[in-house]
Design a protein around this ligand. Sequence first.
Ligand code: NAD
Length: 351
Amino acid sequence: MKVLVCGGAGYIGSHTCVALIEQGHEVVIYDNLCHGSISAVDHIRQLSGASVRFVEGDIRDRESLEAVLATGFDAVMHFAALKIMSESCRFPLLYFDNNVAGTITLLQAMQATGVQRLVFSSSAAVYGDPDVVPISEDAPLRACNPYSHSKLVMEQLIEEVCDARPSFSATILRYFNPAGAHPSGLMGEDPCGVPTNLMPYVSQVAAGLQERLHVFGGDYPTRDGTGVRDYIHVMDLADAHAKALQLLRHGGCHVLNLGTGRGYSVLEVVSAFEHVSGCRVPYEIVDRRPGDVAEVWADPSRAEKALGWRAQHDLVRMCADAWRWQSMHPHGYQSAQVIELRQVVPSTGLR
Ligand SMILES: NC(=O)c1ccc[n+]([C@@H]2O[C@H](COP(=O)([O-])OP(=O)(O)OC[C@H]3O[C@@H](n4cnc5c(N)ncnc54)[C@H](O)[C@@H]3O)[C@@H](O)[C@H]2O)c1
């Protein structure tokens, strides 16, 4: 298929682009680079050996989107969103404008150009504080901050379009906690400032870039008092997206959890990371963060059945790949640019 990957210069989108190309699909990346990196696009080209087209554009720009989509696509993958919960509490309008208004514009542009298939990045955040774990797709939806509200509204918009237009099909993928990096160490998660996700935070502490890890809450009713989450390797997510494309051929709207079905506490992740990296990860237990919950892990059985997919990578592998990426790119893609520049300058004789 020919796939427009909105947000393809970001963390999960870039890994998915490589998986799609490896499986014989053609991708065009559409991204406004508000968080993604052009270096990620270069690494997609390098890893896949394909001359991937990149369009710098915003999903709220209907004219630009329609111009691209009018060149003919079989499907759209929609990763383009702002995703930091704490930031969304400070800037709710920004989050609704970017995420919800952006999705409306994307759906309008797809309708105008006759593109009928969509894979959408949702989040386990739509479940909020669950009554029971593991969480199935039928669990109550309790978004509790502007980011997760925006995801819920985007899901509802997509479902309404599917209901209204039988020719339109969508797969909504609710990710649990994406972690890890491409095994080459060339692509990975590149947060701005102090990371809000655990794995890059632990990586940066192990590398000495942050002094210590703040563990938010040590008094949860869990096995060691710290929060438990379902970490899933980004390569497993990428593989699930490639499989989700096939599901779109059957029509309808599918909602699927993407997780491993197993939860690890913060301290278990720290211990696995120390073991893999050989580095100490000093930490300090601080107050709980508002909105954080004790335990979240997925019931992934629906995705396993619908996609013939199951997560293959364990926590040790996630830590090992995250550490390789961190070691090769201490300052994210910015350091890759510095290294590339250093490689170029001597050969030109410039100083
Ligand atoms: N990483 C996680 O922990 C996580 C968990 C659950 C769900 N998700 C969802 O998965 C998707 C991808 O997340 P990620 O971790 O790769 O994030 P990311 O920030 O690395 O990637 C998002 C990409 O979208 C682009 N983008 C954002 N707004 C845009 C706009 N208006 N127009 C065009 N491009 C735009 C950014 O520049 C970036 O390249 C997001 O929708 C996110 O909400 C992520």
